[in-house]
Design a protein. Structure first.
Length: 289
């Protein structure tokens, strides 16, 4: 029992690390442009992933075409997240991006042949309702605003990671999840590396570099390593539900450090989306981004 609790805590720890990324991205974007942030964050994480793959002599994974496709969707997901967060609150960003589990339920039904259960259908309905409340804030004129553009980009980011998760599930029939994950991180870095040249940021303050390094080491690589221990020991359903705490951590940290306000639309829409995430995760294997 104590051993199981330890693995539960590891998953919650990974949720905290991923949750902390949202307010930190918001702060770091004050120092660098989103393209540079995406590229350097993934170059740091990719270097660690490459060392892992090379250290265990598992370089054959780089020959898998599907891994490169996964890296492409991963690169798109991170790029859209950083771009979209320029226009939205960190707390809203966490909710909108994590609707990817709802997209996964839909895509898995068509691509993997998984059953669309009544629980998943309910999750879809709650998720759509929550998104509408979060984005409109009860004001229909909001649909012509710049903030809606940012939120739409974040939803697209979530969809990109949903495709990533579904494709990953296929690959895991023949490969170890740790090998695939580290290879994907390394290849994502390679795909995004040209952004450093085409969208450079100069005169970056120490705070900006600290944010980039933390995002690359802690929120990308360490969080993934810590999380991957969990599902093998406590089950996919339990781990995915525990991981939904990422959204709660993101909201709490955004309120504490960015002084974001808890509004009625954020509270109601957030509760609907969080419930949808938990329902969509129920009895479904989950792969982290």
């Amino acid at each position: 029992m104590e051993s199981r609790k330890r693995y539960h805590l590891l998953i919650v720890a990974s949720a905290l690390m991923w949750g902390s990324s949202f307010p930190l991205i918001k702060v770091t974007l004050d120092y660098v442009n989103p393209y540079f942030l995406t590229a350097v964050r993934m170059l740091i994480a990719g270097a660690i992933g490459l060392v892992f793959v090379m250290a265990f002599s598992r370089t054959a994974i780089f020959k898998e075409k599907t891994v490169w496709i996964l890296a492409g969707f991963n690169a798109l997901g991170y790029s859209l997240q950083h771009i979209g967060m320029q226009y939205t609150l960190a707390s809203e960003s966490a909710l909108l991006i994590n609707v990817n589990v709802i997209f996964v339920a839909i895509l898995a039904a068509y691509i993997l042949g998984e059953k669309m259960t009544s629980w998943k259908a309910l999750a879809l309905a709650l998720g759509v309702g929550g998104i509408l409340i979060l984005t409109s804030k009860g004001d229909l004129s909001f649909f012509a605003s710049e903030e809606l553009l940012g939120q739409s980009i974040l939803i697209a980011s979530g969809f990109s990671w949903a495709v990533f998760i579904v494709l990953m599930k296929r690959l895991l029939d023949t490969h170890e999840i740790v090998d695939v994950s580290m290879a994907v991180v390394a290849e994502t870095a390679l795909i995004l590396s040209p952004l450093v040249v085409f969208y450079p940021s100069t005169g970056i303050a120490l705070e900006g570099w600290a944010g980039i390094i933390y995002l690359g080491v802690v929120c990308t690589t360490l969080a993934l390593f810590v999380y991957l221990v969990g599902p093998r020991r406590v089950g996919a359903t339990t781990s995915s539900i525990l991981l939904s705490a990422e959204v709660l951590f993101a909201i709490i940290l955004s309120i504490l450090f960015l002084e974001e306000q808890i509004t009625a639309p954020l509270l109601l829409g957030g509760l609907l989306v969080l419930l949808a995430i938990i329902l969509a995760s129920w009895n479904r294997e989950t792969t982290p981004r």
